[in-house]
Ligand binder design. Structure first.
Ligand code: ADP
Ligand code: MG
Length: 699
């Protein structure tokens, strides 16, 4: 048996009780799991700092000096022990709130100590709260521990006596115990070619680094391995799927496509042309297309979808275009005629509010093939909807559709339909490669010409008067204004209250009949929603007050002002989506981010970034950096089905690229990993049991 598979309870000092805790709190079951519980940061104890050097940027520091006085101010809960400490360059207080008796016995005035901690400010002076402290023995001074790993832990573990020191001890014991038994998981030629540190050495170094350089090399090795096996697994699935699923072939480009193309009111952007070529190659290949189309708001994804649908129709097949909301499905449907009205192609719309009689007619039309393209919402995937020969499914705003719903769509065709998933939430490339490793990704990275950049500003509550006069000026110039309120599930009730209050305030500041204000939110009856939406879309309402439902929808070119209330409550990607609702017409557009006066540092960063760039990908990358992949808009539902222990999707994209390329090269020669030279890869991959979401049946 591989020693790394040993049960963690057999490690010295662990035992059954702690083993149970380690598993429930951190998912550590085996020696191997423990070795892969990597420090999440390191503190540098390779040098001594002086008190004088301490400033507001100081992280953990190590000091060497003497205690000059010990006092115990405060009473009851405020009782604390304060040791005055000096190293000759200045004085600082060491403060303890717990275990006073024990500390008091240990500390002696006049003796030399090494202390270690993070400075904080109290009463405008720096101090160290609960620093680590030990006598400054000669041995300790001469041989400073180079770097110490800090392990993530939990309160329960801490209460069970598992401190950072305990982790260090466990790791050290574990490394000794496993020494000579850690099997390499990468073949020698990869280690050589990629200049990687062997696994055993990487484990030792990552827990007990002797230098920053050694640590970097160890981390690179471990990250590479992690990302490499993840990619290998994803790519292998893709190979299997490609082999298994034969799909409809769209042999030709026909009349309908050409008639549409030649009649477009504007030339396609270069990016649109490129993506259409990519799609064209996919649907002609005989293999099922699984393509993710990313494009910033307004980049013209809908038209790409329509032209792709025309490819299906010209080959005698049906296509469906699904939207996440009724408003959006309506808009797609209504918008299609200006492009294809002159062709004979038959389109229809099916949503939750389609009347029974019409619904039955549509069902018939889909079944007998008289409807070529169907637009709609979730209603399209109900069980009683059947197609004659569905061959292309376009899913707009993919993250709003659950996995289960997508698989239902799949069941509506005898041969795997080609799938085009469109999203306006730019997903950073690294994340896309990992989340959708087996999908092909196209990017519309070019906006149609003539769009004026949107000016984004940040105003606070004190500037509300200014906001209203700005809106009035814009309205006088014939423009329309969106006002959006956040809607967060957990505080839904309060959010609706905010929206209602906001609506009241707006109708007071912008009184009828001079001003018309429409309101749209999720608690409205469908017909009221449609009515108000239409009021705004037709230009009869000056202002639309809404929840973030409009995020994914509506194209109102005349709307040139987007006001986002409580903007700090939205993520960057979401803010960007909302902002994309304006700037679609010829007029200069504005996005006004309203927040309270006080903001957390992180919120301020987000808002500042919004004001400084219009680039969705840049914002998405920043979002990923700030919030991590787990929180990433659009991935929350799909969820990363695997845990990355050490690699960071936001920072390690070069390693990821390298790993992916290597994986591709290996699988191109040996897709099943049956060659003897790849036996280790296959064994390791199988043992990892990576639970990567299987997209083959869902999108
Ligand atoms: P999104 O990618 O956000 O779905 P849309 O497809 O709604 O973008 O396109 C936004 C607007 O741009 C629509 O009014 C559409 O008709 C228009 N549009 C699309 N492609 C072009 C183009 N190549 N040139 C000019 N306008 C275009
Ligand atoms: Mg769209």
């Amino acid at each position: 048996m591989n020693v790394l598979d040993s049960d963690i309870k057999y490690l010295q000092g662990v035992g059954p009780r702690r083993a149970e805790l380690l598993e429930s709190e951190l998912g550590i079951r085996t020696f191997g799991d423990m070795l892969r519980h990597f420090p999440f940061r390191y503190v540098d104890r390779s040098r001594f700092y002086s008190v004088r050097e301490i400033d507001s940027t100081s992280a953990y520091i190590q000091l060497r000096g003497r205690i000059t006085a010990i006092s115990k101010p405060g009473t009851g809960r405020t009782l604390r022990l304060v040791a005055r400490f000096t190293d000759g360059t200045g004085c600082i207080d060491l403060v303890f709130f717990k275990g006073l008796k024990w500390i008091e016995d240990k500390l002696k005035v006049g003796q030399e100590y090494i202390v270690f901690g993070k400075p904080s400010v109290y009463n405008r002076e720096y101090n160290l709260v609960h620093p680590e402290i030990e006598p400054a023995t000669a041995a300790r001074i001469d041989k400073p521990v180079a770097m110490t790993g800090i392990y993530s832990s939990t309160e329960k573990l801490h209460n069970a006596g598992i401190t950072n020191k305990t982790f260090e001890k466990m790791m050290s014991d574990l490394l000794d115990k496993c020494s000579g038994h850690i099997e390499e998981t990468l073949p020698a030629h990869i280690i050589r070619e990629k200049n990687l540190v062997p696994l055993a050495e990487a484990f030792r170094t990552v827990h007990f680094p002797l230098s920053q350089q050694a640590l970097n090399a160890a981390q690179r090795r471990l990250k590479f391995e992690e990302l490499f096996y993840l990619q290998l697994s994803l790519l292998k699935q893709k190979h299997i799927r490609m082999r298994a699923s034969s799909a409809v072939v769209f042999k030709r480009i026909g009349d309908n496509f050409n008639k549409t193309y030649e009649n477009l009111p504007f030339p396609l952007t270069g990016a649109q042309k490129r993506v259409l070529k990519e799609i064209r190659a996919d649907v002609a290949s005989g293999l099922q297309m699984n393509r993710l189309l990313q494009g910033d708001v307004g980049s013209g994804k809908t038209l790409v979808a329509i032209l792709a649908a025309m490819m299906a129709v010209d080959n005698g097949y049906q296509a469906c275009i699904m939207a996440p909301t009724e408003v959006l499905a309506n808009q797609h449907y209504n918008g299609v005629f200006k492009f294809i009205g002159h062709t004979g192609v038959k389109v229809a719309l099916l949503t939750g509010s389609t009347k029974t009689k019409e619904r039955e007619e549509i069902h018939r039309g889909l079944l007998d093939g008289s409807i070529d393209i169907i637009f709609g919402t979730h209603a399209l995937i109900e069980d009683n909807v059947q197609f004659r020969n569905l061959a292309l499914a376009v899913i707009d705003e993919q993250h709003r559709f659950g996995v289960e719903q997508r698989s239902k769509l799949w069941s509506k065709a005898s041969l795997a339909p080609h799938i085009l998933v469109m999203t306006a939430t730019p997903i950073p490339r690294t994340l896309a490669m990992t989340l959708y490793g087996d999908l092909d990704v196209s990017v519309l990275d070019e906006l149609p010409p003539g769009r004026k950049p949107i000016e984004t500003v940040h105003w606070t509550e004190t500037q509300r008067g200014m906001l209203y006069s700005f809106m009035k000026r814009q309205i006088k110039m014939g423009r329309q204004v969106f006002i959006v309120y956040p809607l967060i599930k957990e505080s839904e009730k309060m959010d609706y209250q905010n929206l209602q209050d906001g609506y009241m305030a707006i109708t007071e500041a912008f009184p009828a009949p001079e001003y018309v204000t429409a309101v749209v939110h999720g608690q409205q009856k469908t017909e009221n929603k449609a009515y108000d939406m239409e009021l705004f879309a037709s230009g009869r309402a000056h202002i639309l007050v809404a929840t973030s439902v409009i995020e994914v929808g509506v194209d109102v070119p005349n709307a040139s002002v987007m006001v986002i209330e409580s903007a700090e409550r939205f993520g960057l990607s979401q803010l960007h989506q909302l902002r994309g609702r304006v700037g679609r017409g010829a007029e200069k557009s504005y996005c006004i981010l309203m927040t309270g006066y006080r903001l957390s540092k992180e919120s301020r960063q987000r808002i500042d970034l919004m004001c400084s760039t219009n680039d969705g990908f840049e914002l998405a990358e920043a979002d990923l950096r700030m919030r991590g992949p787990g929180d990433f808009e659009g991935t929350r539902q799909s969820g990363l089905a695997f845990d990355l222990h050490i690699a960071d999707l936001a920072k390690d994209s070069p390693i990821l690229e390298e790993a992916r390329q290597l994986g591709q090269k290996i699988l191109a020669d040996d897709p099943d990993l049956v060659l003897p030279g790849n036996a280790l890869l296959k064994r390791t991959l199988d043992s990892l049991k990576l639970e990567v979401t299987d997209f083959s049946n869902i999108s």
